[in-house]
Design a protein around this ligand. Structure first.
Ligand code: NAP
Length: 242
């Protein structure tokens, strides 16, 4: 069902983005991969093992002109974009009173504006072809809030609002827009936490453990395969948000 489709994944050199790109490659999709500073060679090699094509482009999703160029390059190489996964994201944690203006701006620019930039240019192609799936990476903290993450939680709550609004705008052209809200997933982003912090978090998860990047990738592929779910937030969190 997804075989031969073109899938764009941002921030795909490592972590959840890498798992998503590899999962779609296993479905027979060609992959357009964005990376920022992490070298994507290992990810590209893993994707190519699946016998599909890969286009990789370095750039910053918060840069409006990069986003335009990125989607144009995808169209040039593969003719269209069928699935867009807005995965790129950063944290710059601090308590509210200690948070620097540049840390607030950086998180909003990457996580929220970056998502807008990519949706804007990819949806233009999807509107013409009257089909497509957009999947945005939110977070449980965009739903619940989290001390020390006002910037990150605001960006992810914004992604959820953007997802629902874009879903309403694009639904009539057969384009679904959904968000995934991961809880604790084992990647570089969560590797900075101490064992004590991790134990405290696992204590708040009914399943009592963190998830793997592949758990998020499975949800992504599911949302891309279906055609009647839109504007939803799918939690991949071991029950953290119940
Ligand atoms: P990660 O390992 O730190 O990966 C983040 C990816 O985003 C990296 O490939 C990074 O590239 C890329 N990126 C950062 N800034 C970028 C920019 N300006 N332009 C393009 N790419 C950029 O983190 P992760 O855990 O896989 O997170 C992936 C997504 O899931 C993020 O949106 C995150 O907020 C979300 N999420 C994660 C968790 C979790 O528990 N891990 C929970 C909830 C939500 P470089 O390394 O090259 O900078």
């Amino acid at each position: 069902m997804l075989k031969g489709k073109t899938v764009v994944v941002t921030g795909a050199a490592k972590g959840i983005g890498k798992a998503i790109a590899v999962a779609f490659a296993k479905e027979g999709c060609n992959i357009v991969l964005n990376y920022h500073s992490t070298e994507p060679d290992a990810t590209i090699a893993e994707i190519k093992e699946q016998g599909v094509e890969v286009l990789s482009l370095q750039g910053d999703v918060s840069d409006f002109s990069f986003a335009k160029d990125f989607i144009n390059q995808a169209k040039k190489q593969f003719g269209t974009v069928d699935v867009l996964v807005n995965n790129a994201g950063i944290t710059r944690d601090n308590l509210l009173l200690g948070m620097k203006e540049e840390d607030f701006d950086a998180v909003i620019d990457t996580n929220l504006k970056g998502t807008f930039n990519m949706i804007k240019f990819a949806s233009k192609l999807m509107l013409k072809q009257k089909s497509g799936a957009i999947i945005n990476m939110a977070s449980v903290v965009g739903i619940m809030g989290n001390a020390g993450q006002v910037n990150y939680a605001a960006s992810k709550a914004g992604v959820i609002g953007m997802t629902k609004s874009a879903a309403k705008e694009l639904a009539s052209r057969n384009i679904s827009v959904n968000a995934i809200a991961p809880g604790f997933i084992e990647t570089d982003m969560t590797a900075v936490l101490t064992d004590e912090q991790k134990e405290a978090i696992f204590g708040s998860i009914p399943m009592g453990r963190g998830g793997k990047p592949e758990d998020v990738a499975t949800a992504c592929v599911f949302l891309a395969k279906q055609n009647y779910i839109t504007g939803q937030v799918l939690n991949v969190d071991g029950g953290m948000c119940i």
